[in-house]
Design a protein. Structure first.
Length: 328
């Protein structure tokens, strides 16, 4: 379970809630242009666009959950169980990529969604895990720039690329269902609803917000998709950086998962919650995040770093709650 969003209001912002029962060794990782990406079947990418995002690092390799490159192209992988399918066989005439390689592959080579779409047309996703103790994760991907969004889903019937006009993504069911499901909420409005019940009853609105009565509030993927899309499409804020970043995190908070709201994994003794939320200013190369246990925003910027280096730059998460005491 996760939710991703792409927001254009002045600058372009992209981010997500990561909903899990445990962390995965995540940290903010900046990959410079000359870090050598060695792909299992697609060869060596010696030079590429620089990128920043949240990743685990295994054997010196960044396993990105989401990232943005220096050109403003963004991508995030979201859980897609029971639907994702990775072919056990390679395909001639195409670039054969494992799922964990897809984000650096796209962000390393593409400057826009249109370039990513063209590269995906000659890309084949294959079932090669990073290693035996890091199995394949069933994913679909949200890919976005300041102009448009795509959803990539790889299922048994093939690779599907969907236009994403609402600029959000959650999990199951597949994206085409999520878009069809929006038609059940055409009555929602940010304004005051008109009385369509009956004119003879004399009823009238008794408070603000009744236009959104019926907006889902549960944590299922379909409900989070509807709520996130509705809030994002009606989002309003000033165009300065602080206002936009604050707005983006408020939108993510509206679909975040508090600990205890979903049945935990009793066998593992794990709770399920939004372990972190992120917001990237893709035009300025700034990665903002907060964790479940630290509500203070932390920012990491690509700009001060040397884009021409070869080594990853890693920034451990600040997960301890920061409180601004005003007395005592």
């Amino acid at each position: 379970m996760c939710t991703s969003m792409a927001m254009k209001n002045g600058d372009f912002y992209f981010g997500r809630n990561m909903d899990m029962s445990t962390g995965f060794g995540e940290r903010v990782v900046m990959t410079p242009r000359n870090y050598p990406f060695s792909f299992r079947r697609a060869g060596l990418l010696k030079r590429h666009y620089a990128m920043i995002g949240m990743a685990a690092v295994a054997e010196g390799y960044p396993l990105y959950a989401e990232a943005a490159n220096e050109k403003g192209l963004c991508a995030a992988g979201l859980n897609f169980p029971e639907n994702a399918y990775y072919s056990p066989e390679e395909r001639d005439g195409k670039y054969n990529l494992s799922p964990f390689e897809l984000i650096p592959w796209l962000l390393g080579k593409c400057a826009s969604v249109e370039e990513a779409r063209s590269l995906l047309a000659v890309t084949h996703i294959i079932a090669i895990p990073f290693r035996a103790d890091i199995p394949l994760t069933p994913l679909h991907w949200h890919i976005a720039d300041k102009s448009s969004s795509l959803v990539l889903e790889v299922m048994k019937d093939g690779l599907h690329i969907h236009e994403n006009p609402v600029h959000v993504l959650t999990n199951n069911p597949p994206f085409d269902f999520q878009m069809t499901n929006l038609s059940q909420y055409l009555n929602l409005t940010v304004g005051t609803p008109e009385n369509g019940f009956s004119q003879c009853c004399g009823v009238s609105p008794f408070g603000k917000g009744l236009g959104s009565f019926g907006l889902p509030g549960d944590f299922s993927p379909a409900s989070r998709f509807v709520k996130a899309a509705y809030l994002l499409l009606h989002s309003s804020c000033d165009k300065d950086e602080d206002s936009q970043v604050s707005q983006f995190f408020h939108l993510l908070d509206a679909v975040a998962v508090p600990s205890g709201s979903i049945l935990p994994d009793m066998e593992q003794g794990r709770r399920y919650y939004t372990i972190y939320s992120s917001c990237m200013n893709a035009e300025k190369g700034i990665y903002y995040y907060k964790t479940y246990f630290n509500n203070q925003l932390t920012a990491v910027c690509m700009m001060p770093e040397d884009y021409e280096e070869e080594d990853l730059k890693c920034f451990p998460l600040n997960g301890t709650q920061q409180i601004a005491w005003v007395n005592g």
